[in-house]
Ligand binder design. Structure first.
Ligand code: SAM
Length: 216
């Protein structure tokens, strides 16, 4: 998690979302820090609540996640699905997703999650071309975002949502001197979404920037 909001407000923000993090999520966050010390890859507690709320609001039955890591965001979203709902989780790491599997099992959502270990662009291209996806969360390698967006928006049902994480890149999107691969890719996808007549969108200053895209 990158801080673009005043860090002094963080505790306050985290104290004012509900439900509070339960034991499973707390243990998962702690094990993730032991496995990958100092990592900022995992989404925050409030972002987990936000994603779960969006899954519920869209009455999603089919969710796709690009970038699963140790499974925190997938767990939050899977809990918000109905029992027959399904979440397709895309990642390239067996090592990190092995941690995820244990916590999904413990939380009782293992059966709802279909983990696909492969580059996400390949996995997305194997999904049916129909508009069946209700909700998608993109949180993987930033250079892949333009491709992930295109593959997902084509499969999103009208009224469905895509949330893209880290779309402010710690503020570097507005630094004209920053030509790094990931910032260039994020600017590209931000511009493509804004100009896309298939959707309406808003870039929210939640954590490191979360763009919400709704298909018309
Ligand atoms: C920021 S982390 C995801 C964090 C996760 N959403 C969470 O809440 O814990 C990014 C993940 O993307 C995965 N990744 C990187 N490149 C990828 C690719 N080409 N295809 C699929 N996953 C990829 C990494 O292995 C890593 O687990």
């Amino acid at each position: 998690m990158t801080h673009i909001v005043n860090p002094a407000l963080d505790d306050y923000l985290l104290a004012h979302c509900s439900p509070a993090e339960d034991e499973v999520l707390r243990d998962l966050a702690a094990e993730t820090q032991r496995a990958v010390p100092g990592t900022t890859m995992q989404i925050s507690q409030d972002e987990g609540v936000f994603l779960a709320m969006l899954v519920g609001l869209t009455r999603a039955r089919l969710v796709v996640e690009v970038g699963t890591f140790t499974g925190y965001s997938a767990l939050c979203m899977a809990r918000a699905l109905p029992a027959e709902g399904r979440l397709i989780a895309c990642d390239v790491s067996e090592e990190w997703t092995d941690i995820a599997r244990r916590y999904w099992e413990r939380a009782g959502v293992f059966e709802r999650i279909d983990l696909r270990i492969a580059p996400a662009a390949e996995t997305l291209r194997t999904l049916p071309a129909e508009e069946t996806v209700d909700f998608a969360f993109i949180d993987a390698d930033k250079s892949g975002y333009p491709v992930y967006y295109e593959e997902l928006v084509a499969r999103l049902r009208p009224g469905g949502l895509i949330a893209l994480d880290n779309t402010l890149q710690g503020g570097r999107v507005v630094d004209p001197a920053d030509h790094s691969e990931q910032v260039v890719a994020i600017r590209e996808v931000n511009d493509a979404i804004t100009a896309d007549p298939r959707v309406e969108s808003v870039l929210l200053p939640v954590r490191d920037g979360v763009t919400l895209v709704r298909k018309r």
